[in-house]
Design a protein around this ligand. Structure first.
Ligand code: SF4
Length: 363
């Protein structure tokens, strides 16, 4: 199925594909609160085509209050593993970018290691294609691929040059925890072409420059995840330890939470200082709505919701228009954001788009 996700595009710029061979998940951190996949799977479980509805029925349940959640069941659809191989056989096949397990998490603890390594078999076979894996469980990658779960799929130093790995984080706590776990993959083999972080939905400010990982086997020296050392960055983590790609996006959907513009700017500026590719996907449901000194509110007639976003990310206060217009009580660096919808909020940051892709490491 083709995907509209802008960072998952084919090398020729056309839309990439999703490749889903597992279904079901469980929420594991605040970023999961409004998981869009739950709604998508619920919709598919009511699809008029019984083949589609049966595949998805039982993965999501509806509570008495109407809210949806995962049931906790995780399923593997072995027959869907071969999709990229079948696509590659087509006469008009062109190199394709696949977003792997777009509606779940490949490294969820309930996905058997055998299923995961079978997927790496397929990815290794389809060497002209690019596979992008996002996970909130990066701590399971090395154990599954390099043997701690007992499978020894890769030998030390082995890697696939067409598989990109990203971990998804939403705040500093998750960034501190998950990014070093992801970067352990680089320690197993420096060959992995792209290791990155997707900060979506961004729910708080994140300082990537304060997260450190051990440099070298002895681990006595540390470097930041954006470069080789904590005070002077090296481009693209060129010493082999850092991140290659940073994606940032705000939340969309009914219960979306706003994102402070300064949070995005800080990550962008840190990436630029380190020479790391930065991709700004979207503002999400909430757009920046600064109150001009005159107190006149540009969107006043639209009747959209307003919120005050505090820079520390801990308090997001819905306000009415009158409160927002009395701008003098805003503390420094608090921002008013307006719920104007994903389309209108767009993806410009400081008047331009940011669509940098990483240079693929070749070793
Ligand atoms: S890990 Fe991803 S798919 Fe699973 S609940 Fe969280 S947001 Fe949804």
């Amino acid at each position: 199925m083709s995907t509209a996700i802008s960072w998952a595009q084919n090398p020729d710029g056309t839309p990439g594909e999703t490749w889903d061979f597992t279904g079901g998940c469980t929420k594991c951190s605040p970023g999961c609160a409004n998981c869009w996949a739950i709604k998508d799977i619920w919709r598919m479980s009511h699809h008029p085509n019984p083949k589609i509805s049966e595949r998805h029925t039982g993965l999501v349940c509806k509570a008495e209050d109407g809210s949806l959640n995962w049931t906790g069941e995780v399923r593997c659809w072995d027959e869907r593993l071969k999709i990229p191989v079948e696509n590659a056989k087509r006469r008009n096949h062109k190199p394709t970018a696949y977003f792997v397990c777009s509606r779940t998490d490949l490294f969820h603890p309930a996905v058997p290691a055998e299923m995961i390594t079978a997927a790496y078999d397929v990815m290794g076979h389809c060497s002209d294609d690019r596979f992008i894996i996002l996970t909130k469980r990066p701590e399971r990658i090395v154990p599954v691929l390099y043997g701690e779960e007992g499978h020894f799929y890769f030998g030390g130093g082995d890697y696939l040059p067409n598989v990109w790995h990203l971990t998804t984080v939403e705040n500093q706590e998750m960034a501190d925890k998950r990014i070093p776990e992801l970067l352990k993959l680089r320690a197993e083999s420096p060959g992995w072409p792209v290791l990155g972080v997707s900060i979506e939905p961004m729910l708080a400010g994140i300082d990537l420059t304060r997260i450190t990982v051990p440099l070298g086997e002895c681990g006595f020296v540390t470097g930041t995840v954006l470069g080789s050392d904590g005070t002077s960055f090296s481009p693209g983590g060129a010493n082999g330890i850092g991140l290659d790609w940073v994606i940032v996006g705000g939340e969309s959907g009914k219960n979306a939470r706003p994102m402070h513009p300064d949070w995005v700017r800080k990550v962008r500026d840190d990436c630029r200082a380190a020479g790391v590719a930065f991709y700004f996907k979207q503002w999400g449901e909430w757009g920046d709505a600064p109150i001009p000194p005159s107190g006149h509110f540009e969107f006043e007639r639209d009747g959209n919701l307003l919120a005050i976003v505090h820079p520390n990310g801990l308090h997001i206060t819905p306000v009415n228009r009158l409160q927002a217009q009395i701008g003098h009580w805003l503390e420094e660096r608090q921002r008013t954001m307006m719920r104007i919808g994903k389309k209108r909020a767009g993806r410009l940051l400081d008047s331009r788009t940011w669509e940098e892709f990483p240079e693929v490491r070749k070793r």
